[in-house]
Design a protein around this ligand. Structure first.
Ligand SMILES: *Cc1c(COP(=O)(O)O)cnc(C)c1O
Length: 347
């Protein structure tokens, strides 16, 4: 028995890609970011569905992810790797026809020496201070880099989830200063930047989280639902403790359901108190500590013992769950774990 069933709606992912695609001009390409196993939802299921929808450009983080994606999608789509060209990557980049997004002068040197005629892109740092060539570095090497013919110039926004952040316009200005007048396609926007409007779109937008139903794309169609089986139900008397450390003491006689699924399945230990799971349409509070494989739930108010409960549903999405755990939808999705049975709609 798997710990639960993770329902993943590929039709919703496709609809989210279409809706994000419709936000930019027809001349602007909409890529799809599928790093970290498509944000935990399964690269080999998600990427072909997006390709069928019309996506022609995909981003992954590592070259290993790029290899897997190439095997899945065949020779046509362009696959960009955010980690760029690291030591030891050369053979794989060539073999799988990957486009490394070079992010430092060292990587540029490595790439031009190892694969002088192989396509590459460049990541420029417009102020996030994470990856990419700084403005001064770019000024020093841009002639050599442009001579070699990059296929894409990108930068990444640090605060695009917050439309009122002044950092957005500041980074836009730096990116323009670094790239205006250069005849190479440009991309600045992830999901948040796509929502900021046309000034941020350039030649390509590259959403990730919005495809998977997460904020900042508040209008996204929900993508995941999670159902967990109930293993056992039993009564506890008023004053008895439940779970590790007896962190919850029954304030009255109560009935408890013990449910398959715990922090090893991405249900963070930080989730309770305050987390409700749903038995049908009835919310039931998680009581006691979340343990590695189990949750305990107060079902005293139900007419009968449930066979399963739902933790994620269209009405109770990843961002609600994430907020309860003090994290973000991105982390919630990517930590869901490998013990669930996965059921895809629209495969
Ligand atoms: C992850 C990532 C994206 C996608 O970001 P979302 O916020 O998930 O849309 C785009 N660009 C870069 C450089 C990234 O690392």
């Amino acid at each position: 028995m798997p710990t639960g069933t993770l329902h993943i709606d590929l039709e919703a992912i496709a609809a989210n890609w279409r809706a994000l695609d419709a936000m930019s001009a027809p001349s602007c390409e909409t890529a799809a970011v599928v790093k970290a196993d498509a944000y935990g939802l399964g690269l080999t299921a998600v990427a072909p569905r997006l390709a069928r929808e019309g996506a022609r450009a995909f981003f992954v983080a590592t070259v290993e992810e790029g290899l897997a994606l190439r095997r899945t999608l065949g020779p046509e789509p362009r696959i960009y790797c955010f980690y760029g060209h690291m030591a030891g990557d050369t053979t794989d980049i060539q073999r799988a026809d990957l486009v490394p997004m070079l992010c430092s002068v060292d990587q540029l040197t490595r790439h031009l020496e190892a694969l002088p005629r192989h396509p590459f892109g460049l990541q420029l740092d417009s102020g996030m201070n994470r990856l990419g060539l700084k403005e001064a570095e770019w000024a020093a090497v841009s002639d050599i880099a442009l001579e070699a013919g990059p296929v894409l110039l990108t930068s990444h926004l640090a605060s695009s989830d917050n439309p009122s952040s002044e950092q957005n316009a500041a980074q836009l200005a730096v990116f323009r200063r670094m790239t205006d007048g250069i005849d190479v396609p440009r991309s600045l926007a992830a999901t948040g930047g796509t929502l900021l409007g046309p000034a941020y779109h350039f030649d390509m937008v590259r959403p990730g989280i919005g495809l998977y139903g997460g904020l900042p794309y508040a209008k996204a169609e929900p993508v995941v639902a999670l159902e967990l089986p109930v293993i056992a139900c039993f009564d506890v008397a008023r004053g008895e403790g439940v779970g590790y450390g007896a962190s919850w003491i029954a304030p009255a006689d109560a009935r408890i359901a013990t449910v398959a699924g715990g922090y090893a399945d991405g249900l963070h230990r930080a989730l309770q108190p305050g987390l409700d799971v749903m038995a049908g349409k009835v919310p039931c509070p998680v009581v006691g500590r979340v343990s590695m494989d189990l949750l305990t739930v107060d079902i005293s108010h139900l007419d009968s013992d449930p066979e399963h409960v739902s933790v994620l549903s269209p009405h109770h999405g990843v961002d609600m769950l994430a907020e309860q755990a003090g994290t973000i939808g991105y982390e919630m999705l990517t930590s869901l774990g490998r013990r669930y049975q996965t059921k895809y709609r629209g495969l």
